[in-house]
Write a protein that binds this ligand. Structure first.
Ligand code: TYC
Length: 114
């Protein structure tokens, strides 16, 4: 005989298959960690050469690539500089923000989940 509390626990419209929540997962879980976009934001004061230097120094870009991204930020307001794991992205943001602050430039660098 079915106990009253068991009847109450049963969701309406679903038959009780009696498996009591047995997990039937077969695929191994291989979820990739989330990635984070690191972005530079434009401002009116940071010198272009300084931004190019930052991109070469902290993101390993060639001078040509760095110049191109700096110009994109300058024209569009912001650009994605790279995509990294959370920890690497956080480190890049901190490095850029510290470096800009030490040189008294208002350059802003942020990260966002992809
Ligand atoms: N707009 C700046 C200038 O004209 C250059 C600049 C580019 C500043 C990119 C910030 O993230 C930046 N000197």
């Amino acid at each position: 005989m079915i106990q009253p509390e068991r009847m109450m626990a049963q969701k309406p419209g679903r038959e009780d298959d009696g498996d009591a929540g047995v997990v039937l997962e077969t695929k191994p879980k291989t979820k990739r960690p989330p990635l984070y976009k690191v972005m530079l934001i434009n401002d009116d004061y940071t010198p272009m050469e300084f931004v190019v230097h930052v991109l070469e120094r902290f993101f390993g870009l060639s001078h040509a690539q760095a110049f191109e991204i700096m110009l994109t930020v300058h024209k569009k307001g912001l650009a994605v500089v790279g995509v990294f794991s959370f920890e690497v992205a956080e480190t890049k943001v901190t490095q850029v923000m510290d470096f800009a602050r030490r040189h008294q430039h208002p350059l802003q660098c942020t990260m966002e989940k992809e």
